[in-house]
Design a protein around this ligand. Structure first.
Ligand code: G16
Length: 563
């Protein structure tokens, strides 16, 4: 059937500024406002693909959350009308964020659109999100997201092809004639390409020696997909390929509302995994977020590996992974609030180590320039230059590779690291859904405080500890590759012993403000390595609350989440 594109008039919205990772809003914001989604998609196509739009190929996929199917169908119609030649779409619209990144790279497309609000809750009363990734497979840099925002503020029309009906449930190719040009929709097996790639990166035979049913040195694992998009990937990789028993995987059916839970792999929201691991029957546990880019690693008895330590452990052991045997290890990076544990490994291995703002998009340039192999963030993101997104399943396969290679337990690997480098204690306290005005006031006060020359050298005491402020600033980053400057990325008080207190407002929430308080303290006394980080860091936490007046301003007496 011959189809025609149409121009549809629309009115702009003033709130479509992408945050840390795409536009995240309540589902109702997208659903109940005329053309809200269409406007953002049209702006994304213009700003993200621009001159290359006509005849382009794009990847489209998401984490299966509520409203994803409607948005996928809408994107198909709009791409057809905008002159895109081909879309590669995961079956039923399902693709993990790392899988989208890989497909963009593998098929050399002009980018991709990811439909996810990541770890935010889903369902009709939850959140939805739209994110554009560039041809390198990574999240769009700020130059593009700022341009998207500019376009959304003045958009007056979008293009669509209302009569086009594609079936996204059946694997295969469908073609349409739109204004005389061929438009192709290819529905892919959501997991096949990604699984093949993981088999190239890792030595599956080695991992099998510990996880396969009947293995000689068995490690009982429990992998929790939290009803996010990773379910089918987890089943195919851990059960079908690695031979782990069916009982090793849980919550593997993707649900539109993630079973009513918060699909965020941390000690609070993955409490069911923690509870199960505490029974002492498993040696390894892991969970992923809704779109599969985050991971949490636990050892025996739910021994918690902070994402900061996870990065450092992997940094030290990458050599056992075939991918890095081939590419070599170029350098490491972490986001600014992430602890300096990996910096200590970098120092000992003589590699470069970069500190970037929060947001995976800041790692891409370094990877493309061949200076970065492994990076991570305290927000449960770990990944490498195999793609340009963080990758939860990859992180678990990397951990299992290290466990199989070293024949050590998770806890032993951590103890080895602390014994060699000392322990960077780290915690993050989140105060979620705080009123915006007091949160902004707190940040304004802190910004005023750090420019006071009297602050450097000032001493703060709590309990038996006294700290002297050595550096006070708001983190600013100059990208070493393109020299772009990103300012205002978090207020830091760095103490003379390198302890740090950092304040930031989250850029991924959808209502109110979320204050993130990051605390890091270093200990080189082996007697303290086994202590609870909340106990060790209490003096710094108290000082942070005292300096910021967080409780007085927000009325919050306790964080909503502690990691
Ligand atoms: C996103 C970004 C991450 C970032 C995280 C936290 O994660 O991809 O790079 O660290 O947000 O951001 P914020 O502290 O601003 O909330 P995800 O998993 O939500 O895409």
């Amino acid at each position: 059937m011959a189809l025609t594109a149409q121009k549809v008039g629309t009115k702009p919205y003033d709130d479509q500024k992408p945050g840390t990772s795409g536009l995240r809003k309540a589902v109702k914001v997208y659903q109940n406002q005329p053309n809200y989604t269409e406007n953002f998609i049209q702006a994304t196509l213009i700003a993200g693909v621009g001159d290359r739009l006509k005849g382009s190929t794009l990847v489209v996929g998401g984490d299966g959350r509520f409203y994803g199917k409607e948005a996928t169908e809408l994107i198909i119609r709009m791409c057809a009308a905008n002159g895109v030649s081909k879309l590669l779409i995961g079956q039923n619209g399902l693709l993990s964020t790392p899988a989208v990144s890989y497909l963009i790279r593998k098929y050399q497309t002009q980018g991709g659109i990811i439909l996810t609000a990541s770890h935010n809750p889903g369902g009709p009363d939850g959140d939805f999100g739209i994110k554009f990734n560039t041809p390198n497979g990574g999240p769009a840099p700020e130059a593009i997201t700022n341009r998207i925002f500019e376009i959304t503020k003045s958009i007056s029309e979008y293009l669509t092809c209302p009569a086009l009906q594609a079936d996204i449930s059946t694997i295969g190719t469908q073609t349409f004639q739109v204004d005389g040009a061929t438009f192709t929709v290819e529905i892919l097996d959501s997991v096949a390409d990604y699984v093949t790639y993981m088999k190239e990166i890792f030595n599956f035979e080695s991992i099998k020696t510990i996880v396969a049913e009947g293995a000689v040195t068995p490690l009982k694992i429990l992998i929790n997909a939290m009803h996010g998009v990773t379910g089918p990937y987890v089943r195919r990789i851990f059960v079908d390929e690695l031979g782990a028993p069916e009982s090793s995987i849980i919550n593997c059916v993707p649900l539109q509302d993630f079973g009513g839970h918060h699909p965020d792999p941390n000690l609070t929201y993955a409490a069911d995994l923690v509870k199960e691991l505490k029974k002492g029957q498993h040696g390894f546990g892991a969970a992923f977020d809704g779109d599969g880019d985050r991971n949490m690693i636990l050892g025996h008895n739910a021994f918690f590996v902070t994402p900061c330590d996870s990065l450092a452990i992997l940094a030290q052991n990458l050599d056992c992974i075939p991918y890095f045997q081939k590419t070599g290890v170029k350098g490491y990076a972490r986001s600014m609030p992430t602890s300096g544990a990996v910096d200590r490994v970098a120092k000992s291995t003589g590699k470069e180590c970069f500190e970037v703002p929060t947001g995976w998009k800041f790692f891409g340039n370094l990877m493309d320039a061949g200076r970065l192999s492994l990076c991570g963030e305290e927000s449960f993101g770990t990944g490498s230059d195999h793609i340009r997104e963080k990758d939860g399943v990859w992180a678990v396969l990397a951990w299992l590779s290290v466990l199989a290679h070293t024949n050590k337990s998770v806890e032993e690997l951590l103890m080895d690291h602390w014994n060699k480098f000392g322990r960077n204690f780290f915690t993050r306290h989140d105060f979620e859904n705080v009123d915006t005005a007091p949160a902004n006031e707190m940040m304004a006060n802190l910004n005023a405080l750090i420019v006071d020359p009297a602050l450097v050298g000032k001493q703060y005491s709590s309990g038996d500890k006294t700290y002297t402020v050595a550096v006070a600033d708001n983190f600013s980053y100059t990208d070493p590759i393109d020299n772009s400057v990103t300012k205002g990325q978090g207020v830091r008080l760095i103490m003379s012993d390198d302890s740090r207190v950092i304040f930031r407002l989250s850029g991924t929430g959808s209502s109110g403000a979320t204050i993130r308080l990051y605390i890091e303290g270093y200990e080189s006394d082996p007697a303290k390595y086994g202590l609870d980080s909340q106990v060790v860091l209490k003096p710094l936490i108290d000082i942070a609350l005292q300096v910021s007046q967080l409780q007085e301003l927000t009325g919050r007496t306790a964080p909503t989440v502690i990691t």
